[in-house]
Design a protein around this ligand. Structure first.
Ligand code: DAH
Length: 371
């Protein structure tokens, strides 16, 4: 038994290991990472408690069972103490989360994007105009923003060098190899020609779209919006034009007594040409449509010039019709009392909140245009 271990010393080592473990567990506190390190340090394969057990192999059976059960008790205690601490750390963590993540179910619900988002007055008016004309059986047509001189001017009966071209303050592109210059369309009228070229009469359509002119002040922006209208068949006459515009303006301004006045005017693409005014009252900055003794110019129109029909491949001996064009921006300003056009393009959320429309209030004639 000379090489048998010093039993007193082992007893002491077990006691020291227990005390050491207790001390270390104390300093772990509620730190779960430190707790895991302690578990490895004490109970891991080469941990100090397992190291003690290695001495059992050198003992006789009686001593092995005695010290074996002491070491096992220490192992079990330590394992249990670690599990217990782990549980209490988890408990603290859950308590903290519950405190931090508590929701106040009595707090008011935050408004959804659907309620805070707004439809821009221009989009609103665009939709309103389309709803009214769609109800009258008009199709909606489109054309390109970048146009040729032919569609923007030539085919619309603007003679070469005619002053009407200058009046449009056109944005031109650099000339191409052949010297031809493309341009940003100055009006939606080119869509008349493009649509007639591509189809067969009769025609009844509108074209809402972007238009461009080199101009900027309180009532002009370099990019703006127009709606073009065209009706062509064998018997369409001026009376139809007047009725259509009256119906449109009454529906659009949502005022029964809208009154129109037609003044002779000039556009190269219509003959005769007219400008249409609506009766209004001006009260300071406010304009009231359908009342008062003032007149407000609102659109241009006329009977389609035979040359325009001809350049669109339509026989002017057989077909005739009317056209009209108006500014969507101007309609929006008048209907919704918006004094400065430039604000339309400034993306100021406060402005949009004031003048904008609820996202789901889609304008329809049956449901109401602007309510
Ligand atoms: N294109 C014209 C403009 O921008 C507006 C216009 C006037 C269109 C009379 C028409 C019309 O179709 O008949 O100024």
């Amino acid at each position: 038994m000379t090489d048998s271990p010093d039993l007193e010393n082992i007893s002491l080592q077990i006691q020291q290991a227990r005390a050491k473990f207790e001390g270390q567990l104390d300093s772990v506190g509620t730190d779960s990472v430190a707790l895991e390190s302690l578990r490895v340090l004490a109970l891991g394969k080469t941990g100090y408690i397992n190291e003690l057990a290695k001495q059992l192999g050198k003992m006789n059976a009686e001593d092995r069972s005695k010290f074996g059960s002491l070491i096992n008790a220490l192992k079990q205690d330590a394992t249990w103490r670690i599990a217990e601490r782990k549980q209490s750390i988890e408990g603290i963590r859950i308590k903290q989360r519950l405190a931090n993540e508590r929701i106040d179910v009595t707090a008011p619900v935050r408004a959804s994007a659907l309620e805070t988002g707004r439809i821009h007055p221009l989009s609103q008016v665009w939709d309103e105009v389309v709803a009214i004309f769609a109800d009258m059986g008009f199709a909606v047509e489109q054309g390109p923003d970048i146009e040729t001189d032919h569609y923007n001017f030539g085919a619309l009966n603007f003679p070469e060098g005619h002053p009407a071209r200058e009046m449009h303050d056109t944005f031109y592109f650099e000339p191409d190899a052949s010297g031809a210059r493309k341009l940003l369309r100055t009006h939606t009228s080119p869509v008349q020609v493009r649509t007639m070229e591509a189809g067969e009469p009769p025609f009844r359509f509108i074209c809402p779209g972007r238009t461009y002119r080199c101009d900027s002040d309180q009532t002009h922006t370099p990019q703006f919006h127009q709606i073009e209208g065209l009706v062509v068949d064998e018997t369409t006459h001026l009376g139809h034009l007047k009725w259509t515009l009256e119906e449109f303006l009454r529906a659009f301004f949502e005022v029964e007594g809208v009154e129109l006045r037609m003044r002779p005017s000039f556009f190269p693409f219509t003959e005769p040409s007219m400008e249409v005014d609506v009766r209004c009252a001006r009260l300071g900055n406010e304009i009231r449509i359908g009342e008062g003794d003032d007149w407000l110019e609102i659109l241009g129109c006329g009977m389609v010039h035979p040359n325009v029909l001809r350049s669109s491949g339509i026989d002017p001996e057989k077909y005739q019709g009317f056209a009209f064009g108006m500014g969507i921006d101007r309609l929006a300003m008048l209907k919704y009392g918006i004094p400065d056009l430039r604000a339309f393009f400034e993306s100021d959320l406060r402005w949009l909140k004031h003048y904008g429309f609820a996202a789901l209030d889609v304008p329809t004639l049956a449901g109401g245009l602007s309510s």
